[in-house]
Design a protein around this ligand. Structure first.
Ligand code: CO8
Length: 375
């Protein structure tokens, strides 16, 4: 099967009903920091502990472009005595939290692609974290949606969504699946350290879903030829979260800072921007599409300054409004889902023949891209 025979035929997006503004987040963080500093005044004065610095909404918006973020559960996050979402443990016979949000996004993508469970034969759940190791969330989703065939979970942090789409593309190309449901239930808030001034503002929750199938069976109103996919990874410790199943045998504290998301943000910015710009340029060249022939750039949503810089490197000028859509002002960084939120919200006005690029970049480091053409 040639490259242009595999298509994206449906997109779905679940946006949580709760959001938190920078101002709300900063007020609760500062209350927590002031309380911590007052309670530990003696140790801080003696130099045994470091005082918690205060956060500002103005810094957050200027440094990242983020104004607010959506969260699955708001309760608990803004409580200075808790600083994490209050998500009750579910019984084993209840739908898991991630399967719940995955199914909502999946149903939207299936409706857009005009598919029912019986039409799909593979499910990929790819995201930055899964809430348990097994059974796979994808298999739970598969049962919930009445899908036969197989499902599996995969983790590639910020690039889980694009890497998942590449797997789907390869499966349809190879004939091991006919129609693949790819879902990215990015429940980031449990892994975000709301007690850390440098990262408390970065992440939001969301779920995106995409149907990948053969052009022969495609019935979606808005569909896209996948002209090519390209992925690369280079090991870096600059973005890490250490939490895992060894936490008990290590006799480690699950609430220790190193178990939450933590990063060297400046280094990430400096190292990833040129890598991502080169990756996209190379991919376009390999696909035979000129940069000047790309209508829309659906870039990873981690930092607005990163997106502007990468778009500038690719275009040799500032991007026009809407050319490289930004969604992180309201969604914040949603791990691997950012570029797909942008695609979900800004694709319908493209016309047949328009080229676009979807690209993720971040932890790993990992970079993944797809070159698309509207049908
Ligand atoms: N309020 C006020 N001041 C602050 C704050 C704050 N909240 N935070 C930092 N400052 C201060 C610092 O102390 C510093 O002060 P000084 O100059 O006196 O030392 C000053 O502001 C500048 O600080 P930084 O150098 O840290 O700030 P930057 O301008 O570099 O901006 C960013 C910080 C926004 C983090 C920026 O570096 C950035 O965006 N880098 C790229 C980040 C990135 O792409 N990360 C990838 C994220 S990973 C991913 O996308 C998925 C991971 C998996 C999901 C995990 C889910 C939980």
């Amino acid at each position: 099967m040639s490259a242009a025979n595999v298509v994206i035929s449906g997109l779905g997006l679940w946006t949580p009903e709760h959001s938190i503004s920078n101002e709300e987040l900063v007020e609760s963080y500062n209350a927590y920091a002031e309380k911590y500093n007052a309670e530990n005044a003696t140790s801080i004065e003696a130099g045994d502990l470091t005082a918690k610095p205060l956060s500002t909404a103005a810094f957050i918006e200027k440094a990242s472009g983020i104004k607010s973020r959506y969260v699955y559960i708001k309760d608990g996050i803004l409580d200075p005595d808790r600083m994490m979402p209050n998500i009750p443990l579910r019984a084993e016979d209840e739908l898991s939290n991630q399967a719940e949000i995955a199914v909502i996004a999946a149903r939207k993508a299936m409706a857009a692609a005009k598919k029912e469970g019986k039409d799909i034969d593979a499910v990929i759940v790819s995201c930055a974290y899964t809430q348990r190791y097994y059974p796979a969330i994808a298999i739970e989703v598969q049962k919930e949606l009445g899908i036969e065939g197989f499902g599996f979970d995969m983790l590639v942090a910020c690039s889980a969504a694009t890497f998942g789409l590449q797997r789907a593309y390869e499966m349809v190309t190879a004939g091991t699946a006919k129609c693949v449901l790819c879902i990215n239930p990015e429940l980031t808030s449990p892994g975000n350290n709301f007690r850390d001034r440098d990262s408390h503002f970065i992440f939001g929750d969301v779920a995106t879903a995409t149907i990948v199938e053969s052009a022969e069976t495609c019935q979606g109103e808005h569909s896209y030829d996948i002209l090519g996919t390209k992925t690369v990874t280079t090991f870096s410790n600059n973005i890490r979260a250490n939490i895992g199943y060894m936490v008990n045998v290590n006799q480690d504290n699950p609430y220790a800072e190193h178990n939450f998301f933590h990063q060297q943000g400046r280094k990430v910015f400096k190292e990833v921007c040129p890598m991502a710009a080169k990756h996209i340029s190379d991919h376009l060249e390999e696909t035979g599409v000129a940069n000047t022939n790309v209508k829309r750039w659906f870039l990873h949503q981690a930092n607005i300054n990163m997106n502007v810089l990468i778009a500038k490197k690719l275009l040799g000028r500032d991007p026009e409004p809407g050319e490289a859509p930004i969604v992180l002002d309201t969604y914040a960084n949603t791990a691997s889902a950012g570029s797909l939120i942008a695609l979900n919200l800004h694709h319908e006005d493209m016309v047949a023949g328009d080229h676009s690029v979807v690209c993720s970049f971040g932890a790993g480091y990992s970079i993944g891209s797809l070159v698309l053409r509207k049908r």
